[in-house]
Design a protein around this ligand. Structure first.
Ligand code: SAM
Length: 401
C-alpha cells in the first residue's frame, strides 16, 4: 500500500494494529487474523454490538455535523448525552410496561414520546439516502451510526430484504413484557410452560410477567418452529430416519425420456449435469453405468469425466449413441410419456451433506406422495435457470415441481 496521508488516515480511523500498519506500509509479515485491528476498532466484527465503541463514532459524527453552530466540543458532547439519555429513558418508560403490544391510550402516548426523542436526536445527525440500496448494507451502517437513513430499490426482493434487515429490527427487535393472559393468548399454554421452566418461574405464580428480551427474535423462532412442526406433521413420513439415525434432507430425481431409435428405446434420465455437489471444496458426481439398455449410476468423488448427454434439449443416447432431437423429446413431454426416477438421496452428515443411492423402500415412499389438488398454473419464464424445460414443452411451473 502506498504511504500517503489518505491511507494513513484510513488506518487511523479503522484502528489497524501497529503490526498491520507495518505490513501495509513496509511489507513486513502480515499478522494473524485476530491481530489486524485493535479491540477498539469500529469495523472489527467482535465489536459490532459494543455500545461504547459505536457511541464514540456517533459522538464524532454529531460533533462534526453540528460544529458550525458556534458551540464548543464540550457543549456539543453534553447535547449528545442529553439527547441520547432522553431516548433511553423514553424506551425504559415504554418497555417496562406490561402488554405494550396493545395500543391503549397510555401505550400510544409513550410510543409517541419515544418517537419524539428519536426524532430530536436524528434532527442533529446527517441524513443518508441510498437510492440503489440493494441488500441495504449502506443504510444499515448509517442507521447503526445514528444517522437519519433512507433506502430505496427498484427490485422488490431487495425491498423485502431491506424491510427485514433495516425496518423490522428497529420497529420490533425490542424488549417486551407480557401478562400471563396475553402471553397465553398469543403463544399458547405449552409455550408459557416452556418459558417458565427455562426462566425458573412457576406458571401459577401471582402477577407472573413474561419478559422477552427481543420480541422480533422470539417471534421469528416461535413461528419458524411452528411452521417446521406443521410441515413435519404433513410430510415428515416422506423423510424417515433409518436405524443409525440418518434422515434424508432431499431427494434428487430426474425426468426420464425414451431414446427415439426403435431398436434401442432405452429409458434415459434427462440430467443436465452429473454433479451432486460442485463447489471449490467438494466434488461429488453420478457416474453412469450402462449395461445393455439399463442406465444406472454410482456415486463418486472428484471431477466427473463425463459430458452431459443432454445438450440444448437434444438427447444423445448413452446406450446406442443415436440423437433424440429436441422436438421428439418435446413430443414425449406433451404426450405425457416421460416418467420420473429417484436418482440419489442427500443426507445431513456429521460435517456436511452426504450422498447415497436410494433404497427400494424410498422409491416406494415417493410413489405415495399425494398429488397436488391444483398445480400452480403460472407460466415458466423463458431464459430462467432451467431454460431447457420450456424448450421441451414444460410450460407451467406447477409441472416442474
Ligand atoms: C450494486 S447494487 C447496490 C449495492 C448496495 N449499495 C450495497 O452496498 O450492498 C445496485 C442496486 O440498484 C438497484 N437499482 C438499479 N436501478 C435502479 C433504479 N432505477 N431505481 C432503484 N434501484 C435501482 C438494483 O436493483 C440493485 O439492487
Amino acid at each position: 500500500m502506498e504511504d500517503n496521508l489518505r491511507n494513513r488516515l484510513q488506518m487511523f480511523i479503522g484502528k489497524f494494529t501497529e503490526e498491520m500498519q507495518q505490513h501495509l506500509l513496509h511489507q513486513k509479515p502480515k499478522p494473524g487474523a485476530n491481530n489486524l485491528l485493535t479491540d477498539t476498532s469500529l469495523i472489527k466484527w467482535d465489536c459490532k454490538n459494543n455500545e461504547a465503541i459505536i457511541n464514540k463514532a456517533r459522538k464524532l459524527i454529531w460533533v462534526a455535523h453540528n460544529s458550525n453552530g458556534g458551540k464548543s466540543v464540550e457543549i456539543l458532547l453534553k447535547d449528545f448525552d442529553k439527547a441520547y439519555k432522553a431516548i433511553t429513558e423514553a424506551e425504559e418508560n415504554l418497555y417496562s410496561m406490561a402488554d405494550r403490544h396493545i395500543a391503549t391510550e397510555t401505550v400510544t402516548a409513550k410510543q409517541a414520546a419515544l418517537n419524539a426523542t428519536i426524532d430530536a436526536f436524528l434532527d442533529k445527525m446527517p441524513k443518508v439516502f441510498d437510492p440503489f440500496a440493494g441488500g441495504g448494507a449502506i443504510p444499515l451502517e448509517a442507521a447503526r451510526l445514528g444517522c437519519r437513513t433512507f433506502g430505496n430499490d427498484i427490485n422488490p426482493v431487495a425491498h423485502i430484504i431491506q424491510k427485514g434487515s433495516l425496518e423490522f429490527p428497529q420497529k420490533y427487535g425490542k424488549p417486551i413484557i407480557y401478562s400471563k393472559t396475553e402471553f397465553e393468548k398469543l403463544y399458547g399454554k405449552e409455550e408459557l410452560i416452556k418459558w417458565c421452566i427455562t426462566n425458573g418461574k412457576h406458571a401459577d405464580a401471582k402477577d407472573l410477567k413474561i419478559e422477552i428480551a427481543n420480541r422480533l427474535s422470539f417471534d421469528v423462532e416461535f413461528y419458524a418452529k411452528k411452521l417446521l412442526s406443521e410441515t413435519e406433521k404433513e410430510i415428515g413420513y416422506l423423510y424417515p430416519t433409518d436405524k443409525k439415525g440418518n434422515e434424508p434432507i432431499a431427494y434428487y430425481w430426474a425426468r426420464v425420456g425414451t431414446c427415439i431409435n426403435p431398436s434401442c428405446k432405452a429409458e434415459i434420465p434427462l440430467l443436465k449435469s452429473f454433479y451432486l455437489a460442485n463447489t471449490k471444496s467438494k466434488l461429488v458426481y453420478l457416474n453412469p453405468i450402462i449395461k445393455g439398455k439399463s442406465v444406472t449410476f454410482e456415486i463418486k468423488i472428484g471431477k466427473s469425466p463425463n459430458e452431459s448427454w443432454l445438450y440444448r434439449g437434444n438427447l444423445q443416447c448413452p446406450v446406442c449413441g443415436n440423437t433424440t432431437d429436441v422436438n421428439a423429446l418435446k413430443q414425449q413431454f406433451l404426450d405425457k410419456k416421460t416418467s420420473e426416477r429417484l436418482i440419489a438421496v442427500i443426507e445431513e452428515g456429521k460435517n456436511s451433506k452426504e450422498y447415497r443411492l436410494p433404497k427400494s423402500t424410498e422409491i416406494e415412499i415417493l410413489s405415495k406422495v399425494p398429488k397436488m389438488s391444483k398445480d400452480p398454473a403460472n407460466q415458466c419464464l423463458l431464459n430462467t435457470l432451467r431454460p431447457y424445460l420450456p424448450v421441451l414443452g414444460v410450460l407451467l411451473n406447477g409441472v416442474i415441481y
